[in-house]
Write a protein that binds this ligand. Structure first.
Ligand code: PMT
Length: 224
């Protein structure tokens, strides 16, 4: 498909939860199923974009449609490298992935043996991918997500400014029907001026379409 409001645009979507290895058989991750990111990838494609989907661990199989280029990654660092490699050719980037904020300082190539009655795992900060992109942003349109449990508006607006984003999608993941694993979401979208979309319970497909419409209006000047 080469027509539609995002025809000729290159869209990069990240999805799923990163996997931070403790050892060969154990890791730290989160509850992201990949559904929100997959819905965004399908919606961007349906609007005519050439899509790159960078997916970490997911519960579901990613879409394999023509026009969606799939890249699998594990850790926050691998996601960082995959995003950076595509950044200069990208028009719109949506970071729906749940990226680990911390990873184990060391990871073992073999299974760690059980020993003492307690065990301490030292964690170090990962690189914040969105923040790095915000710093080097040129023509790209950058959309972040904020997964919060309470005070979503305040934290989301802070992330919008601090990470130099064009839009932020706030979801209060403590609300029934919103956030991790569900087929629906409840979101509020902000730009630098304030609230631009307030979407009560809707399917992730619908949420994805509405977010990308906002992007298309701003990037391609499309009136939808
Ligand atoms: O996958 P699903 O089950 O469908 O669930 C969807 C979702 C809840 C995962 C999704 O809607 C969502 O909110 N994704 C963002 C989750 C998240 O990591 O939020 P955050 O507030 O911790 O991070 C803010 C933003 O910074 C996110 O866009 C995140 O991708 C990005 N980030 C975070 C840490 C990091 N090291 N690098 C990043 O780029």
């Amino acid at each position: 498909k080469t027509s539609g409001p995002l025809a000729g645009k290159k869209v990069v979507i990240t999805a799923g939860g990163t996997v931070e290895r403790i050892d060969l058989v154990r890791y730290i991750s989160n509850d992201s199923s990949g559904k929100m990111g997959f819905a965004l990838a399908r919606a961007a494609r349906a609007m005519g974009a050439a899509v790159t989907l960078i997916a970490a661990r997911t519960d579901e199989a990613p879409p394999r449609d023509a026009g969606i280029d799939l890249i699998r990654v594990q850790s926050a660092q691998e996601m960082h490298d995959a995003v950076m490699a595509r950044w200069s050719h990208c028009d719109i980037l949506v970071k729906a992935a749940a990226v680990a904020d911390y990873r184990p300082r060391e990871s073992s190539d073999s299974k760690i043996k059980k020993s003492g009655s307690t065990m301490t795992l030292e964690l170090v900060k990962t690189t914040d991918i969105l923040e790095s992109l915000g710093r080097i942003k040129d023509k790209q349109f950058l959309i972040g997500f904020a997964a919060e449990t309470g005070n979503a508006e305040v934290y989301a607006k802070d992330k919008l400014v601090r990470k130099n984003l064009d839009l932020i999608v706030a979801n209060d993941v403590a609300m029934e029907g919103a956030g991790f694993g569900t087929d629906t979401n409840i979101v509020k979208v902000y730009d630098a001026e304030g609230l631009v979309l307030d979407l009560p319970l809707a399917s992730k497909d619908e949420v994805a379409r509405r977010i990308l419409r906002l992007a298309a209006e701003r990037v391609a000047g499309a009136l939808i």
